[in-house]
Ligand binder design. Structure first.
Ligand code: AVJ
Ligand code: FE
Length: 430
């Protein structure tokens, strides 16, 4: 097996399941290298989790759904795999009712024990134990799910630690600014991808791993539309602010206006004067970079101000279909800058790619597709039970693991949430 850290930038499609497992485990661990135990333990809000909790929860996932169920072949323990610590599932089960009781979500930051070092030892133990199962073909779908799960938590770890460090008036940097990837911003007017409309095939093409919420594949009728060939920029957002966008009631959804007023929102999250907070501390904003850390409410109001609208998830996917090969660049993602053999600070930098930089809000509600059935067993709770009141986001962000996303991928968040790298791409009717 190649050294997982030196192959961090490798094309996921060329790797075996065992290599992707090792790579993903190592990538998450490399992200906490710059953190102290205290950094990794704090929880800044209910939506965000401590870095240490992400390290542990993804390990709990392998123990619970793979090793506990199928670890009979585990070489290290006669009579099967034994839980590393029987009390820890109560701490690190996220939301699986079928797996029993757990601590409340906003108590995750109270876990000063186990220590970061103990969690890393548990990770090493579970990574080693999993080696006995990685070649088992009957388990490959579940292992692929575990890898995709850990990749989702790599992104959440990055966005959650950013939010935690932001709370500190010292504005601590997690990485040096010179580790950030070079930017290739798109300047000038946006162009448009035009689509004549018609019947589009939407959803999982069953050509590799997909989450259950991406299927089944089905037909959707599209009217003629156009999708912008680049993301909305920081400079354009500054014009929206200068034009009084946050105070112009006619631009806002009613729920959005109430949210703006109650929370005194006047700019994207992480903005102050001409700076924004990043994993490299406070930095001057680049007006040509894509705007990020906005809510659905803000994205919708901006689109109204710009005389456009948000795309539906189906329109976005119809344009993206065929452009999502794993070999295509998913720009500036969590691994883009690690020629140094290290994870690098995620920073959106712009360009004409559909994937990468930021997740893009669609105007589609996160609902089951016709014929949707959640996966069987406890992992059936993974996606389906969250199909209420959330928005679908498409693409991938600068914090998404390379190769993790695809045209049919459906990310989802509530309309007020904006601590992920969220942005927008305009659409219009033709
Ligand atoms: C798809 C990012 C909304 O954050 O709950 C992690 C990802 N699912 N563990 C979430 C997820 C199970 C999910 N999001
Ligand atoms: Fe999870």
């Amino acid at each position: 097996m190649p050294n997982p850290v030196s192959s961090l930038a490798a094309n996921q499609a060329e790797l075996s399941l065992a290599e992707r497992f090792a790579h993903t485990r190592a990538l998450m661990e490399s992200l906490v290298e710059p953190l102290s135990d205290a950094d990794a333990t704090v929880q800044s809000m209910e939506d965000a989790s401590p870095a240490k909790w992400h390290l542990a929860h993804t390990t709990w996932f392998w123990e619970t759904f793979l090793l506990r169920e199928y670890g009979r072949e585990y070489a290290g323990g006669a009579g099967g795999y034994r839980l590393y610590n029987e009390e820890w599932p109560f701490l690190f089960n996220s939301y699986y009712e079928a797996e029993g009781a757990r601590i409340s979500r906003f108590s995750r930051g109270m876990l000063s024990r186990p220590t970061l070092g103990e969690v890393l030892e548990w990770r090493a133990h579970v990574t080693r134990a999993m080696e006995a199962l990685l070649d088992n073909r009957a388990l490959s779908d579940l292992i692929a799910l575990g890898i995709a799960h850990e990749q989702q938590h790599i992104e959440l770890l990055l966005t959650d630690i950013k939010h935690a460090l932001f709370q500190n008036p010292l504005g601590p940097a997690m990485w040096d600014a010179d580790l950030a990837p070079a930017s290739a911003p798109q300047t000038g007017e946006a162009g448009w991808h035009e689509h004549p409309g018609g019947i589009a095939l939407i959803g999982d093409d069953e050509n590799g791993f997909a989450f259950d919420n991406e299927g089944p594949r089905h037909r959707v009728l599209l009217e003629p539309f156009a999708l912008a060939d680049r993301l909305v920029t920081v400079g354009e957002w500054q014009e929206f602010i200068a034009d009084g966008g946050y105070g112009t009631a006619s631009l806002w959804l009613s729920d959005g206006l109430a949210w703006v007023r109650e929370n005194a929102i006047s700019a994207p999250l992480y903005w102050r004067e001409d700076e924004h907070f990043t994993h490299t501390g406070w930095q001057t904003r680049d007006p040509n970079a894509p705007v990020t850390h906005i809510s659905y409410f803000e994205a919708d109001a901006f689109a109204a101000w710009a005389g456009a609208r948000l795309p539906t998830e189906f329109e976005w996917e119809a344009i993206a279909r065929g452009q999502d090969g794993e070999g295509l660049p998913q720009a500036h993602n969590a691994e883009a800058g690690n020629q140094l053999g290290k994870a690098s600070p995620p920073l959106p930098s712009g360009g004409s790619h559909l994937f990468g930089d930021c997740w893009q809000f669609t105007r589609s509600a996160y609902l089951p597709y016709p014929g949707f059935r959640p996966a069987k067993g406890a992992v059936g709770e993974y996606n389906g039970k969250f199909m209420s009141g959330q928005c679908v986001l498409k693409g991938a962000s600068c914090a998404t693991v390379r190769g993790h996303s695809r045209a049919s991928y459906r990310n989802f968040f509530y309309p007020h949430q904006r601590w992920q790298f969220t942005g927008l791409r305009l659409a219009k009717d033709l």
